[in-house]
Design a protein around this ligand. Structure first.
Ligand SMILES: O=C(O)CCC(=O)CC(=O)O
Length: 254
């Protein structure tokens, strides 16, 4: 294990309810889920975790893989759980499904894929952040993260997420990019037997519909669903729709 112990929020929800673990995208934090968590805490004990050097998790100083992150999430959860994660958090979800199938009951993979991008651009982004910090990513990230109208409709949360990106530890962010460069579970999707939901944001150019259908058709028990009027961060852009999709998916899988 080469990632530091990850920070989890205190679970919200009824004692004895199933544990639901929520994962972030690169550059964000548990904030990403802040408006979805109360909607889910009616039926689940809901907790969210932070990537190394993001939010409340300590910074990383050595290389790690998406598998290392998945192992750290499974260890931090410490009991059987349902899982939903966005983008890099979704990559962790597919990897949990492969490596911790005895502990994870079902996984919702949001705005993500079995492979995300190509190694070259990830290594370039890592080098850029090491040289110039995550503050140079704010403008292009805002363009990729949010659908037209999301910032105007949800100014507080979208602004706070962009601040979280600026506050992320540069080396940890770069190490996350390198983990994504090496991530590819395309050839292993058929080994996933648990129920999987692949959700994509209607306007997401990072992980468009084809990424979700590849997952849904690749696993043994998968389906895909679109979140309308969202791009790469549906839990922040469309929290009510996101919660509704997750309620419906997890209802029979507790
Ligand atoms: O969001 C992620 O977890 C990975 C993809 C990404 O970096 C999106 C972006 O900021 O362009």
């Amino acid at each position: 294990m080469t990632v530091p112990a990850l920070a989890f929020t205190v679970p919200q929800g009824p004692a004895g309810a199933p544990l639901l673990v929520l994962g972030p995208s690169l550059g964000t934090s548990t904030l990403l889920w802040q408006d979805v968590m109360p909607e889910l805490a009616t039926d689940y004990r809901v907790t969210a975790w932070d990537l190394p050097g993001h939010g409340q998790s300590p910074a990383a100083t050595a290389a790690f893989s998406v598998a290392d992150l998945a192992d750290a999430v499974a260890e931090g959860a410490g009991e059987p759980f349902l899982y939903a994660g966005v983008s890099l958090g979704g990559a962790v979800g597919l990897t949990l499904a492969l490596r911790h199938s005895e502990q994870v009951r079902a996984a919702a993979i949001v705005a993500s894929g079995a492979k995300l991008g190509e190694p070259g651009p990830w290594h370039e982004r890592a080098a850029q952040v090491r040289a110039q910090s995550t503050s140079t990513l704010i403008v292009p990230s805002a363009q990729r993260w949010f659908a037209p109208g999301s910032i105007a409709r949800r100014p507080e949360i979208t602004g706070r997420l962009l601040h979280a990106l600026q506050d992320a530890d540069d080396e940890s962010y770069a190490l996350c990019c390198e983990a994504l460069a090496a991530y590819n579970v395309r050839d292993q999707l058929r080994d996933i037997r648990m129920p999987v939901l692949a959700a994509w944001g209607q306007h997401d150019a990072v992980a468009p519909e084809a990424k979700a259908t590849e997952i849904a058709e690749g696993v043994r028990d998968g389906r895909a669903v679109v979140i309308s009027d969202a791009a790469h961060l549906p839990p922040a852009e469309q929290p009510v729709a996101m919660a509704s999709v997750l309620h419906e998916f997890f209802a029979s899988r507790k």
